[in-house]
Write a protein that binds this ligand. Structure first.
Ligand SMILES: Cc1cc2nc3c(=O)[nH]c(=O)nc-3n(C[C@H](O)[C@H](O)[C@H](O)COP(=O)(O)O)c2cc1C
Ligand SMILES: [Mn+2]
Length: 486
């Protein structure tokens, strides 16, 4: 059974020694960041600031900022178990005969049982406020000194496609402009931005309804970050991950539903003809993302629990909490990638590569040009399109070990021959790209080169000691009186 809500998870964290309550007053302007940054780097606990300065609402941060807490959230010993569950569902993809079809039924029923469930009321409705409310009541962070203001950093932004009516949930930061107005930083390739464009194409002077949920059970919160295809409901995926449907409750003033267990809900709209300068913001690249024009979210109603808790996170020089989210997501979706591209053995996105800057993929190479084929595949696979540097290595390179990758990949390349440049969409946060959202990407084919690829020199063997000598030295080791070797 999944966690009921945010505080259910908080209690679990507390029981596991994974939460620290901060009872002294701390300023959400900069101070919370400085404390959290130090704690995350030290592998420390989630932090519940009970007295954020200027607000009566406690603030939770670093909730998923370690592998252990991520596993607790997913209710697994290790994230591989989730990948295994996904694989077991995918094995049933294309039933051949009647027997296969029958065997599939319980799986399908199980899948069906994860669909979000509409409920008529929820704790997020304990207090409903259409007048006399202000965002400034919340302990919204100013994360870094040169930030353009305060930012809601972990909102679940809920919209509906003006065309298909399908729901999208994305985490897009929201800069607070005043008591009831924020920016909406959905980057151009994200699904919220697509809903905005579809809406504008229909009626440039119109608006789209937007609901924002802040704080819920941890998987529902994580689901807003999942890089899944458009028109696939993140709340369905959340139900699958928590093995229990996400209860959704209709908004007070909008034709949208929000997680019933949310701590805080903002209802409002985005005017399709309005843009405003947003930024700068200390971002997960470790640099400030620049100012830019973004849509404006106008809040018309706020609902919340009687004693809400404000969930937030910070991004900044890696690694931060978002690294643990991204890493779990990478592991969860690896089987899906492998199903489509069975030659993929493993992949890694090191923290310093900030997800979009560096991906290392190991493949079992079967034909000439195979590494280039995988580059093209990854550059056309959802948000992996943003990958700026993509290194493809042979199956026997351990991509989880950066030292081995640097050693073997660099030994394997003739740069002029093995580097492939392409143009395409790049991450909005890439400040080195020649234009925002458009630029070049580099693929490095670091696999062994074959005669069928025009390489006719012999490829040398890797140096490995023979087992007999190793065994003899093992036997001698104590007598040698040397420190333990590897
Ligand atoms: C803490 C955090 C903050 C994020 N902020 C933004 C943001 O401001 N804008 C954005 O486009 N994506 C942001 N993202 C990434 C999106 O949430 C992610 O790409 C997600 O898959 C988008 O959902 P969508 O595919 O439904 O658009 C953020 C992710 C995290 C973990
Ligand atoms: Mn989406």
């Amino acid at each position: 059974m999944g966690y009921k809500d945010l505080r259910d998870f908080i209690h679990r964290l507390e029981k596991e020694g994974e939460l620290k309550r901060i009872k002294i007053e701390v300023d959400p302007v900069l101070e919370v960041t400085e404390i959290t940054d130090r704690v995350t780097r030290a592998g420390g606990p989630a932090l519940l600031f009970e007295r954020p300065k200027g607000s009566r609402v406690p603030l939770l941060i670093n909730m998923l900022g370690s592998e252990r807490r991520m596993n607790l959230a997913l209710e697994v010993e290790q994230v591989g178990e989730v990948a295994e569950r996904i694989r077991s569902f995918m094995d049933f993809q294309s039933p051949q005969g009647l027997f296969d079809k029958l065997r599939m039924l319980p799986k399908l029923a199980e899948l069906g049982s994860f669909f979000p469930k509409t409920v008529s009321s929820g704790l997020c409705k304990e207090v409903i406020r259409k007048d006399h409310f202000s965002l400034l009541e919340l302990p919204i962070l100013q994360c870094w000194p040169k930030d353009g203001g305060r930012y809601i950093t972990w909102p679940l932004v809920i919209t509906k496609s003006p065309e298909t009516g399908k729901r999208n949930v994305g985490v897009y930061r929201m800069q607070v402009f005043d008591e009831r107005t924020t920016a909406m930083h959905w980057q151009t390739q994200k699904h919220g931005a697509e809903h905005f464009r579809r809406g504008r194409a229909r009626d440039p002077q119109g608006r789209i309804e937007v609901a924002v949920a802040i704080g819920a059970d941890p998987i529902t919160c994580l689901a807003g970050v999942l890089p899944i295809p458009p028109d696939l409901d993140e709340m369905m995926f959340a139900g699958f991950l928590r093995r229990e449907p996400v209860p959704m409750v209709p908004c007070e003033t909008l034709d949208l539903e929000v997680p019933a267990n949310a701590e805080i809900v903002l209802e409002g709209y985005v005017d399709l003809s309005e843009l405003r300068t947003e930024g700068p913001f200390g971002d997960h690249t470790g640099f400030y993302s620049l100012e830019g024009d973004y849509p404006v979210f106008r809040v018309t109603c706020m609902t919340h629990r009687r004693d809400p808790i404000y969930l937030t996170t910070i991004v900044g020089p890696p690694p931060q909490e978002d690294f643990f989210m991204g890493h779990a997501i990478e592991r969860i979706f690896l089987p899906v990638m492998k199903m489509q591209y069975p030659e993929i053995v493993d992949m890694a996105m090191p923290a310093e590569g900030i997800f979009h800057n560096l991906m290392i993929v190991a493949i079992r190479k079967s034909y000439p040009g195979h590494a280039r084929k995988i580059m093209n595949a990854i550059w056309s696979l959802g948000q992996a399109m943003f990958t700026k540097v993509l290194v493809v290595v042979d199956h026997d390179v351990n991509v989880q070990n950066p030292r081995e990758v640097v050693w073997k990949a660099l030994c394997a390349i003739d740069p002029e021959r093995d580097v492939q440049m392409v143009f395409g969409p790049v991450d909005t946060l890439d400040h080195a790209a020649r234009m925002q959202d458009f630029g070049s990407k580099m693929g490095i084919d670091a696999t062994r080169k074959w005669p069928s690829e025009g390489f006719h020199r012999p490829w040398p063997d890797e140096i490995v000691m023979d087992p007999e000598t190793r065994a003899r030295v093992d036997a001698l080791w104590r007598e040698l009186g040397l420190p333990a070797g590897k």
